[in-house]
Design a binder for this molecule. Structure first.
Ligand code: AMP
Length: 538
């Protein structure tokens, strides 16, 4: 009998459940990846993928991996990364996906902070690693041959590593609360913070994501995650699709609208997922050539930033359904999904679009609430407060931090997003508390840019704000006060910042002003600045 009197088995919710179920039931299902030559596709089956994942697991065990140790990946979306998604946790290790768009200094910080013991890197991404190689405290760098070329002998070849396995995988002493993966978020102030996902969290997240009222994924589908596999596990889709037996199609490094539409057509994709920036480009191309691509009716999961209503209406015109979803690195990520509940399908078209443009209702096992200074606020669609969330795949603290201010006294995660919730349970994000800029799904720190600008000898003070932008969602704008007599131009400041930041971080515009409005406590009044400059980029 169970300890509490139940008579149920104490079965562990771990990655092995996904891998073995998929291999037994969906072994013949295809997995397709676009290689570095966009005309070349790699194809194999779930059976082969899981087989190679076990081989990777065994090879890592032979290298001496101890349970709970991190293995970093720096890879595009393809079968090799999928093998790492399964193989690293099957070895007992922790899959640490690294965002390759970060500044090199940040990559160094993250790899060393996570104490990654090894890295697996795509050969095409070695130019990002080579300049920082000496600063990375890792034992070895394993190179995955994404181009198909032989791996340089100063690195460990991925295929050579796999070949060290001989069918002697050692079963792990499974614990469902043990770590499976980790991902750093830059969506916070200060240094990137590590979020560590347990086996249990990922398994439950996969099950709930697949539900019809959530992302709606099954073996009837062909799924293409465009969202990078280094962004919150590609929203869990590689795990969900494998568990449910959906065919998986990976775009590799080819993310332009033309390449994606080609891929959707060639593989008859039915579910795809990514940030709004990607879909705006695709919609433009479809509007221009409505008959060029023969694509089945797709469900397009849009998240990471708000999906504009025009985007949802636009894809409806082409027979594709946008499903708007909200989540965070800290929530693994699925929190809310905006589908129309059956009780609302008879409402007017206007109302239904308004709901679909909201971030949606909490999925099963997730609780949401909004809170203001006065306490928890009603679900009236008008009261706005900070969105707080609770659930089995929500973070309660960060890696190597005992405590975080992000947890409320009664144990809810404070998202930093400001929202309303209506009587039907639909959350609408209205603002962000943190002064961060989200451009094309990637974070830019306004504070870092401000500090750099204020270190320029001609700058008295500078505030950087997020300004809405049609293509990127938001772009930085710098509001600058010159020192008396300083001869500053936009070009001087841009040159100054270019040495310090990745190119996509640089503000699109610099506005010179006499003074910057401040709050009573002397901080920049960014709400006022955002209001003043909200139409600057169109
Ligand atoms: P990340 O941890 O990088 O995934 O970023 C999470 C943050 O992205 C959230 O806290 C929101 O600010 C923003 N976000 C994610 N999804 C949406 C959405 N559907 N609408 C608006 N903002 C979103």
């Amino acid at each position: 009998m169970g300890m509490n009197g139940s008579t149920m088995m104490n079965e562990k919710l771990v990655i092995k459940k996904i891998a073995d179920h998929a291999r037994r039931l969906y072994g013949a299902v295809e997995i397709v990846s676009r290689l570095s030559d966009p005309d070349a596709y790699h194809r194999y089956t779930v059976r082969e993928m899981i087989g190679r994942a076990y081989a990777l697991a065994e090879a890592l065990q032979k290298l001496g991996l101890r349970q709970g140790e991190r293995v970093g990946t720096m890879m595009w979306n393809h079968y090799g990364h999928l093998e790492a998604y399964f193989g690293i946790p099957l070895s007992g290790g922790v899959l640490h996906t690294i965002n390759l768009r970060l500044h090199p200094d940040e990559i160094v910080y993250i790899v060393n902070h996570a104490e990654d013991r090894w890295l697996i890197v795509d050969d095409v991404l070695l130019p990002l690693i080579e300049p920082i190689r000496e600063r990375l405290n890792v034992e070895a760098i394993v190179v995955f041959p994404y181009t198909g070329s032989p791996v340089h002998p100063s690195y460990v070849s991925y295929e050579t590593l796999l070949a060290t396995s001989d069918g002697n995988y050692r079963e792990v002493a499974w614990d469902e609360y043990a770590p499976l993966g980790m991902c750093y978020t830059s969506g916070t102030t200060g240094r990137p913070k590590g979020v560590v996902y347990s086996h249990r969290a990922i398994l439950l997240h996969s099950l709930v994501s697949a539900l019809p009222g959530a992302l709606d994924v099954s073996d009837r589908d062909t799924v293409t995650p465009v969202v990078p596999m280094f962004h919150v596990n590609a929203w869990g889709l590689p795990f969900t699709a494998t568990l449910l037996g959906a065919k998986q199609v990976y775009p590799g490094a080819h993310l332009s609208p033309e390449r994606l539409l080609e891929l959707y057509e060639a593989e008859q994709v039915t579910v795809t997922a990514g940030v709004p920036t990607i879909w705006l480009g695709i919609l433009q191309l479809l509007d221009k050539h409505p008959d060029r691509y023969r694509i089945p009716r797709m469900r397009m999961i849009v998240g990471g930033a708000a999906a504009p209503e025009g985007l949802i209406r636009g894809f409806d015109r082409h027979g594709h359904q946008v499903i708007h979803a909200w989540g965070m690195t800290e929530t693994a990520p699925l929190g809310t999904v905006s589908q129309i509940k059956q009780t609302l399908i008879t409402r007017s078209e206007e109302e239904r679009y308004a709901w679909r443009a909201k971030q949606g209702y909490a999925v099963p096992l997730i609780d949401v609430r909004i809170r203001g200074p006065e306490g928890v606020l009603p679900w009236d669609g008008k009261s706005a407060g900070e969105l707080e969330i609770r659930g089995p795949w929500v973070t309660e603290r960060y890696f190597k931090q005992d405590e975080t201010e992000a947890i409320s006294e009664d144990g809810w995660f404070k998202t930093g997003d400001v929202a309303t919730i209506d009587a039907e349970g639909y959350v609408k994000i209205t603002d962000r508390i943190k002064d961060l800029i989200k451009s094309g799904g990637e974070w830019i720190s306004s504070v870092d840019l401000e500090n750099a600008l204020m270190s320029h000898p001609g700058v008295l003070e500078a505030a950087v704000i997020a300004v809405p932008h049609e293509k990127w969602g938001e772009r930085p704008l710098a509001v600058v006060v010159k020192k008396d007599g300083a001869a500053l131009t936009e070009a001087t400041l841009e040159d100054f910042l270019r040495e310090r930041f990745a190119k996509w971080w640089l503000p699109d515009a610099y506005v010179f002003v006499e003074s910057i409005p401040r709050t009573a406590s002397g901080k920049f009044l960014k709400t006022a600045l955002r209001e003043t400059y909200k139409n600057w980029y169109g």
